[in-house]
Design a protein around this ligand. Sequence first.
Ligand code: Z5A
Length: 212
Amino acid sequence: NKESSSPRGALIVLEGLDRCGKTSQSGRLYKYLLEQGHSVESWRFPDRNTGVGQMISSYLTNESQLEDHAIHLLFSANRWEKRSLMEEKLKTGTTLIVDRYSYSGVAFSSAKGLDIGWCKAPEIGLLAPDLVVYLDISPEKAAERGGYGDERYEQLEFQKKVAGSYLALRDSSWKVIDATLSIVDIEKKLREVVLDCMMTCHKGKPLSQLWR
Ligand code: Z5A
């Protein structure tokens, strides 16, 4: 039985504003861990491949309109539909690097003015990350990176509100990395905190649930 014999994987979440470098760093971290012989997968939310994910994708690309609470619940449902697979992977020793998670859900919806408690409620019971890394960049600096595309939310004024929401959500367990450093320097810092977290999980830290 693989579940009981192998140490569990770690749930690593990367968060931050649009353009902070999450996608670049997830890819580099994934490649590094793989080369080191770890069992690892790279995930992202929204997962646009599921039925719910396709609804979210057409909302983000402005092909469809949805009421703010309704889209919030879809983002959450998109995580719930992956929850059991996530648990299975972690319990059988695979570390997951996840680009955005519940914190994005709460930060973006509360930036629209939705109540933060209401935003958190549908996330309760999802798996809690073992590590949240926040790639810290100002909205202005992020906007300079090649400019924003056409997706909903990719506007400076809104990103400023999202930055404020993230600040309200952060706690002392989050590792904050300056996202304006060079890609290589960020990568080094990220590896350090991730390997440390993986070690803790290998030693038997139990999986827990979000916001219980
Ligand atoms: N959303 C939500 O509302 N509710 C939810 O529950 C969830 C998400 C999960 C889609 O996300 C939107 O959904 C997102 C939040 C919302 N909206 N926004 N804004 P997405 O994941 O599809 O899109 P994104 O997160 O915004 O990804 P992105 O645009 O691809 O940004 P990124 O992954 O953080 O950055 P990147 O692609 O790695 O880098 C951006 C550029 O910067 C690129 O040209 C890089 O080469 C450059 N870069 C990266 N690092 C550096 C450094 N260190 N120096 C200089 N330049 C750099």
